[in-house]
Design a protein around this ligand. Sequence first.
Ligand SMILES: Nc1ncnc2c1ncn2[C@@H]1O[C@H](COP(=O)(O)OP(=O)(O)O)[C@@H](O)[C@H]1O
Ligand SMILES: [Mg+2]
Length: 310
Amino acid sequence: MIEVHNLNKRYGRHTAVKDISFEVGSGKIVGFLGPNGAGKTTTLRMLTGYLPPTSGSAQIAGYDMFRQSLKARRHIGYMPENVPLYDEMRVKEYIRYRAQLKGLRGKKLRSHVGEAMELCSLHEVRRKMIKTLSKGFRQRVGLADALVHKPDLLILDEPTNGLDPNQIRSIRKLIKRLGESHTVMVSTHILSEVEMTCDHVIIIDEGRIKATGSPSELVSQMRTAGKITVELKADATKASQALSQLANIKKVSLDSTDEGWSTLSILVDAHTDSRERIANLASEQNWPVRTLHRHTATLEEVFVELTRKD
Ligand SMILES: Nc1ncnc2c1ncn2[C@@H]1O[C@H](COP(=O)(O)OP(=O)(O)O)[C@@H](O)[C@H]1O
Ligand SMILES: [Mg+2]
């Protein structure tokens, strides 16, 4: 659905997007994740034909975005970062107006407007002036506008930005629902958002792609795959030393002690699990164990790992 090859964007001397390439298959919800200033909006504006790239190419639904932009754009529903809405219009009137601008007429106009309003649950506010709507409803109006011409691809730039937690939950639910009938590319700087909504993640930082994969793949690709917590009754220093000698152990540190029990954090190499070795060592040494737990890395930790400057 989306194919991007070596896309670059320079603003004067500053390069906002550096040589990025990626593909997005049909029917996926893809998260485009990166901190503020990473180049998300710049990339999405190039993909939707609003900003010419300095170099590189992008295909949307098989059409070259820069040479066949009208055809490509017919397949895209775009919701920009700050949805520009006409405050003085009523909701339904506005969606109708936007649909007309996109070339819809007659029966098709009526049915498409109805379906977009239905999909975004706008029926109850259809006669309200846009200026009286909450931010959550304004985002729904923006979404209805983006999908009223029935594009197969939705490109949404930070759709939950500035919403309160309830509004975020409901927009997130709506995006999941839209993902059942559309390919969705959604940008965000909030990690947990991606973990909850997306099948695939593209991580961007300082204009470059740092990683791509499913949320669980990214977690498993981490260089420092995991941490094990063990709580045992032993001399903390002696136990730390012995544990450090085991295979695949990077680092052992003491978290706390409590009436003879020591809680140790053990950093292990990627793709290893040393729990069995730890249990065997404890049993050889006659150290009672009351916790032995392996933590799975969160996407948050992956992101820190991938975007840290070292
Ligand atoms: N019109 C512009 N002129 C100059 N620099 C810009 C312009 N738009 C964005 N930038 C710069 O490009 C970088 C990427 O911005 P942007 O794509 O908006 O990032 P994001 O959406 O990830 O926050 C930032 O450093 C930003 O300051
Ligand atoms: Mg942005």
